[in-house]
Design a binder for this molecule. Structure first.
Ligand SMILES: Nc1nc2c(ncn2[C@@H]2O[C@H](COP(=O)(O)OP(=O)(O)OP(=O)(O)O)[C@@H](O)[C@H]2O)c(=O)[nH]1
Ligand SMILES: [Mg+2]
Length: 368
């Protein structure tokens, strides 16, 4: 399902100017009362209806709902699955697991973006037990085991767990331009509202005129409230007001959207740090989670983005979007192995239901 949510984007030149400008960053936040609090009813455009039964999340039975989610995941990962399993399925046609097939497998793992080092390690381990592999089923099972082992390899057990019991729980969402931050926020809001939570969205992307409108549509669609200031106002002050409103209204969750920014633009990373400081000032301990959204089609560059954002704002987790649009779904494995940060959610489509909590086993089951 495709929603058309987007108004006019800034031109490439405008965007370039912004990335190179040095915004004035007052040291202290300015939570001036210039905010307009938009309740869902105040948004002008009518969103498309999303039928709850269509999305596979609600239905007569939980089993059917989770089956629906699994099928969506499977469908979303189809491009990567095609790369990874086509040659494996050859085993069924009588071909033996010989050196040629092992080499093809290695190439396929690299093509799917698992990373060279992991791909070689996985195939080496399979080579050493190839006598046990009699069928495509055997090979898929062993591949799943080996990939899981590879993902667990350097997982950092020290990575901070979110304080899930804090209320309001504050979630800051960051990432480079166009990776899917706002869409992810909309999907997350829908997920939590469905669970009966009171959710407030903060329109912290005040740079792009259409950004606030896009978030307003998601607020309307999901049943969340929205705190939005005028275009070009200070994003830290939007975040402050949203948290203030959440405390006053006893909301359960605040999700702060931010403008896309290149990780190597120091001034823009400073702006994010200011948003963090401002949230912390209003509520010690906030933000409780800082999620970096990564576009899975970016490939190995995603690893670099994550390192720099982590250094600047201290990430607690990752979201990988657009896995449906790429044959490089293996990036999930590379990210999990190298960053020591948990993948919290994956995006496998543009619809409200296409965001799923990340579960490595379910991911691999859908992949093979
Ligand atoms: N296929 C697919 N498209 C996605 C997914 N997540 C987001 N998108 C699309 O990616 C495009 C950009 O999404 P946004 O949510 O606007 O991205 P953003 O990071 O907020 O962008 P900026 O605010 O401009 O930095 C939109 O067309 C989304 O529908 C996904 O999981 N799969
Ligand atoms: Mg956005």
């Amino acid at each position: 399902m495709v929603f058309s949510l987007f108004g006019k984007k800034k031109t490439a030149q405008e965007e370039q100017n912004r990335q190179s400008q040095t915004p004035s960053l007052p040291l202290e936040p300015d939570p001036a009362p210039s905010s307009e609090a938009f309740s869902p009813e105040q948004t002008r455009q009518q969103p498309e209806e999303v039928s709850p039964t269509e999305n596979g999340l609600e239905g007569p039975s939980g089993a059917r709902a989770s089956r629906g989610l699994f099928l969506r995941l499977r469908q979303g990962l189809s491009k990567t699955r095609e790369i990874l399993t086509t040659d494996v399925d050859d085993l069924l046609l009588g071909r033996k697991l010989d050196e040629n097939l092992l080499e093809t497998l290695e190439e396929n793992l690299i093509t799917a973006d698992l990373g060279v080092e992991s791909s070689l390690a996985i195939v080496d381990r399979i080579r050493s037990i190839r006598g046990r592999v009699q069928s495509a089923g055997d090979l898929k099972r062993i591949l799943k085991e080996e990939i899981l082992r590879e993902m667990a390899w350097e997982a950092d057990s020290e990575s901070p767990e979110p304080h899930v019991h804090t209320s309001p729980h504050v979630l800051l969402v960051v990432g480079v331009n166009g990776v899917g931050k706002t869409t992810t926020i909309g999907k997350l809001a829908a997920l939590h509202v469905r669970e009966g939570k009171k959710v407030i969205l903060a329109a912290g992307d005040t740079f792009r005129a259409a950004a606030g409108e896009q978030l307003a549509l998601w607020a309307e669609r999901s049943g969340a409230s929205l705190i939005r200031h005028k275009d070009n106002s200070d994003p830290a002050s939007v975040a402050y007001d949203a948290l203030d409103a959440a405390i006053a209204r006893k909301a359960d969750l605040v999700i702060v959207d931010t403008a896309g920014r290149l990780h190597n633009k120091v001034n823009l990373m400073e702006e994010l740090k200011k948003i963090r400081r401002t949230l912390e000032k209003r509520m010690p301990g906030a933000p409780h989670e800082t999620l970096l959204v990564l576009d899975a089609t970016t490939g190995q560059n995603a690893l670099r983005q994550a390192e720099i954002f982590h250094e600047a704002v201290g990430l607690t987790g990752l979201v990988l979007t657009k896995l449906d649009g790429t044959a490089k779904g293996g990036i999930v494995i590379a990210v999990q192995k190298h960053l020591g940060l948990p993948i919290r959610f994956i995006g496998v489509g543009e619809g409200v239901e296409d965001l799923q909590p990340f579960d490595a086993q379910a991911f691999l089951d859908a992949m093979f």
